[in-house]
Design a protein around this ligand. Sequence first.
Ligand code: PMP
Length: 443
Amino acid sequence: MNQEELLQKDKELISEGLKLRFHPITVKEAKGCYITDTNDQRYLDLTAGWAVANVGYGRESIAKVIHDQYVKLSFTTQLSAPSETMIQLADKLVEIVPGNFEKKVWFGHSGSDANDLISKFLPVSTGRNKMISFIGSYHGQTMGASSLSGHSAQAKFEGKGNVVKIPYPNVYRPFSGISDNLTEQTMHFLEEVFATICPAEDTAGVIIEAIQSDGGIVLPPEQFLKELREICDRHGIYLIVDEVKVGMGRTGKWFSFEHTGIIPDAVVLGKSLGAGLPISAVVGRKEILDTVAAGHMFTTSGNPISTSAAIENIRIIKEENLIENADKQGNLFLTGLHKLKEKYECIGDVRGKGLSIGVEIVTDRDSKKPDAIKTAALCYHCYEIGLLIYNVGIYGNVLEITPPLSITTDEVNEALSFLDQAFQDIENGNFQLEKLKEYAGWG
Ligand code: PMP
């Protein structure tokens, strides 16, 4: 089938529940930072498939490990007869996840099932029924993870009623309209929540992304996580950090919370952990992970193929110094994007850490009104000229830059010139909005 036929079949056969589309392509192959579609068009990829391909696409050494593992031991259910690869991976994870306490590891398949563990286990473990999370957060789509989320993606689902959502301290769009003392304001909000609808003594845990990614690459003020850790400690509340999207080296450290100096009670991992193979993990305090024996397990959890790929993935990140590269190339990107901001009025804000970067698009800088249509147009036009980029954010107006951590300086410069051209074309009206309207099915 050619690409047009495939896309037609995709329309007919694939559930809309599984789609979040930006460009009319089917992907044939990918290598490094480049993707090739079924029509043999090549694109520089700034998505890493929603931050999964941290080590880049098509790694020979990972392919070899998967092949050899499959031939040696294609499967064993880790629930009843564990393999050495699962235990070896757990050993590596307790080593790289900070925390000077007795840790255990749980394995699943997606960020969602891992966050579901948090939703199920914390109330049982503490005997406290309530949880706190943040508006704009994305923790997944299974019922527990969806209930913890504060993103518009979950707005149609009722969810579990025990989660109270508080504002995330967004310096560019502060919830009170005032960005001064935003940490203090959020803490004050939290104290009021404790005094009213969610008593601290009934609160099992707080779950947070140290950088909100699907929420729009929002970085809280520097002191925020420290203060949050302190308030949790004061009330005996667990603090859980969801590193599914920004972990595994993306921000210039193994985990994004490491920039803040805090130690979470449990860390949630997924996406890039398996370099494309389905695997997630929760690494945290023994008493959390041991809450309910046989209480959150899936037949193929921690399977030998995914765990062996994850071990090789960690080796590559370490040996190729990809964490340092994320920091270096991220700074280069930020410098280039700030220059674009000087040139294009529609760029309201540029922010990020390492290779987790957001470019917020607004109608004008004074009103900061989110311009979701222009953002979609930029994504679409980037695709037309050879660059893949998605948009995120609670208003859908943030271009998200999360390329493989193996990206080179030349590729960063190439991406920046694509972006420059896309902004220029959109500003000059060299873009047919009709095409996007037709593709997106806008009336
Ligand atoms: N947590 C975070 C922070 C995420 O960004 C995502 C996915 N975007 C998830 C959890 C859910 O992961 P998955 O799609 O693998 O279930």
